[in-house]
Design a protein around this ligand. Sequence first.
Ligand code: GLA
Length: 382
Amino acid sequence: MNKQQIQLLFQQVFNNEADLCVQSPGRINIIGEHTDYNNGFVLPAAIDKKVMVGIRKREDDLIVLYAEAFAEKKEVKIPEMKPQGDWADYMLGVVAQLIKKDYVVGGFEILLTGDIPIGAGLSSSAAVECATIFALNELFSFGLEKMEMVQMAQMAEHEYAGVKCGIMDQFASMFGKKDHLIKLDCRSLEYEYIPFQNQDFALVLFNSNVKHALVDSEYNIRRNQCNEGVEMIRKYHPQINSLRDVETEMVEKYIRPQDELIYRRCQYVVSENIRLLQLCEALNHNNLDNCGKLMHETHLGLSEDYEVSCPELDLLVKIAMEQPGVIGARLVGGGFGGCTINLVRKENLESVIYEVENGYKLSSGKESTTYIVSVEDGTKLI
Ligand code: GLA
């Protein structure tokens, strides 16, 4: 949808013209999964799948929301705002954060549309949060910095959606840059753009089209398990605050003898940070094969040690890795369903897509969906 089409729909839904329109992208992550809430590194990028909102000020204290995907309209009075248990929470959640920080939010109408597949591990919810806070910041001239908006969007997810997510998704959606990955240090929040443009390979996502139940609760459980691991080490090294400060040897020495499960969780996170730094080094030397090898190691760690994969994702990765031209493949995002990310040599693209789609269907009985994505800019006015 372009701006004219958003305006047209806005007119139909609200009988008025939107004051402004904003787009905010979904994200991929090359490596660094489940490291963000452990103060580690991530390497995401914004993609060409995005949400778009049109927004208009009202003179009262009513928020009127419309989601094109569900053809559903909702009305909420600002003083009576509370979590709704549905799509509206990603938008109301950021309003709640603004109010918490004493920003005066008046009534408004907002239309939500876009093409990020929901539940695919591409962070459609973070994109909605970022689009909403960016639009409100423009509409009411709050003068917020991008990083503040990212942090408030993250807290909206914690408090309105109940997922204790890290900062990666909102950060990538807001700070994305065309043809660049973002290497973010989630401890210092320092970041660096790394050029990521290669004529020889494509970024391919295979959506398993499954989303297993308990995703959100399992996510929070992983987070707690990591904290438990940190506590075990802190007894001996009180200066340690997160798994980012932990060495492999400490995990072996202090956690392994006590708790095998916590050991596997922590050992995955510690090695994932190391893999990320190695992958950046490999990218620097244009060593694609090494990048692919590291991505696949991440998948194995996520599947066997962190246990956030599922049979469908393992199958997509297995079939992909058997194909000539696949440099690397792994699940992307939180896990338990959604997409795999694949680096595929362009000359093999057609046959890889054919083989993965068919192999997946034959073995699982399910249909996958393929997206070839490009790396694009973050949240902006349209
Ligand atoms: C979800 C969360 C992120 C991150 C990933 C896993 O997408 O929202 O903060 O933890 O899972 O890397």
